[in-house]
Ligand binder design. Structure first.
Ligand SMILES: Cc1cc2nc3c(=O)[nH]c(=O)nc-3n(C[C@H](O)[C@H](O)[C@H](O)COP(=O)(O)OP(=O)(O)OC[C@H]3O[C@@H](n4cnc5c(N)ncnc54)[C@H](O)[C@@H]3O)c2cc1C
Length: 393
């Protein structure tokens, strides 16, 4: 693991002797990205007493945003608990059951039942739950970060409109096409894994499904469905060449890392319907066919991260969540990693600020404890893809 360079003297959170704890001005912390990792980071920091926290989110406030199923394991659920966020607010169906059905010739031939050590939520529910708790003024929407420089010894964020703001610590939680990663760790580029997670949301007034259902119809395909508020969410994994992806979603996978409903062409829709009809039992193929709201995400890989923190002048910049390590969706680790890293970062900064822990050492310890899980999730993706018969080694 590469160790962060130790800057001369950190003005960020200068070592505070325990006796004078709390007497220094709080550092200015800029969080880039206001999705799940960014919102949790801000709430945890605010709760820990860091009162100069701002979240810069590229999407304008008025932009319609929503997302489907997200799995949260117990450590992430516990972190939300510590923020006094009750599970009933973001878990609509508290099932831990996963039904795994082997399908051949469109007929179920074997069902295995296993337990998931966590709960399912949706991006929309959790995002609303988190962002509504942010005090006024903390979340600044429509602020796309394009650069990171240094001015007067401190990190300085540059925005798309060329405005600038200083910070002592910059937390990049800006997702899998992260600007922070491009600036801090430019050698790690996204690589297309050769298949696509096609997603759909079907509104139903009566949802027969209460558990997570996984159908495995044979090599190269998997279908997942789960109940969500107001309906059912499904994901169908299908092989797709880069050329076909570009044709179906209007841009290459490296550029269109999420295909929103308006990017899904009639050709993409027809392809998914045809494959569903060929591979899935009739009721599930009918569900896919009837779905009007479609999205897609190309499955991407990246080299595992070797570091999470970089000195910028006398301050620091760190990468969290998908910005650090985008993972394949079936690892179900994306939201978990970001939330766990955010909680551990808050602990580290608190130890430094309240008890005078040496900051470079504290950040190095944070990195040493968090990196293995991020690396494991990145490596697990191709193994799960190979199990599906869907990966390019
Ligand atoms: C609208 C939306 C819907 C989603 N739906 C699903 C889903 O249904 N299922 C699923 O498994 N995962 C979904 N995800 C992804 C999921 O949230 C992540 O994989 C995981 O939770 C890690 O979250 P993250 O906050 O690290 O990254 P992300 O959730 O990707 O968030 C990154 C945030 O940073 C913002 N951003 C990006 N670049 C900049 C910039 N330069 N300046 C400022 N802000 C920037 C983005 O707009 C976004 O809000 C969705 C993400 C989004 C943004």
């Amino acid at each position: 693991m590469t160790q962060p360079h130790h800057p001369p003297a950190s003005t960020l959170l200068r070592a505070v002797p325990a006796s004078s704890a709390g007497t220094l001005p709080r550092p200015r912390i800029a969080v880039v990205g206001g999705s799940l990792t960014g919102a949790v980071t801000a709430l945890l920091l605010l709760r820990a007493g860091f009162d100069q926290v701002t979240v810069y989110e590229a999407a304008p406030a008025a932009a319609p945003r929503g997302g489907g199923l997200i799995g949260l394991e117990h450590p992430a659920l516990d972190i939300l608990d510590r923020l006094d966020i009750g599970q009933d607010e973001f878990v609509a169906y508290p099932s831990e059951t996963v039904l795994e059905v082997t399908v051949r010739d469109r007929q179920p031939i074997h069902t295995a039942r296993r337990r998931y050590p966590g709960r399912n939520t949706t991006w929309s529910l959790l995002h609303h739950t988190l962002t509504r708790r942010l005090p006024d003024g903390v979340l600044q929407a429509g602020r796309r970060v394009t650069g990171l420089g240094e001015r007067g010894g401190r990190p300085q964020l540059v925005f798309a409109d060329d405005s600038r703001t200083p910070a002592d610590l910059v937390v990049f939680a800006d997702g899998r096409a992260s600007t922070g990663r491009r600036l801090l760790d430019p050698g790690r580029r996204l690589r297309y894994a050769g298949y696509v997670a096609h997603r759909g949301h079907t509104p139903t007034s009566h949802n027969p499904l209460r558990d997570f259902l996984r159908l495995e119809p044979g090599p190269g395909c998997q279908y997942n469905a789960a109940p969500v508020p107001d309906g059912l969410d499904w994901t169908l994994y299908l092989t797709c060449s880069p050329t076909d992806y570009t044709h179906r979603f209007g841009a290459p996978p490296q550029r269109r890392t999420f295909a929103l409903p308006h990017h899904v062409s009639p050709a993409a829709r027809a392809h998914v319907d045809t494959q569903a009809a060929l591979l899935l039992p009739a009721p599930h193929a009918a569900t896919v066919h009837a779905t009007t709201t479609r999205m897609a995400a190309p499955v991407m890989d990246i080299d595992p991260p070797t570091r999470m923190a970089w000195p910028v002048g006398a301050g620091w910049a760190v990468l969290l969540g998908d910005a650090l390590a985008p993972v394949r969706p079936h690892t179900a680790r994306g939201a978990n990693n970001g939330i766990e890293q955010a909680a551990a970062l808050t602990t580290t900064l608190t130890q430094h600020h309240r008890w005078g822990a040496d900051l470079p050492t504290a950040l190095h310890g944070w990195q040493r404890r968090q990196l293995p899980d991020a690396v494991a999730a990145v490596r697990q993706g191709p193994r799960l893809g190979a199990h599906l018969g869907n990966s390019r080694p």
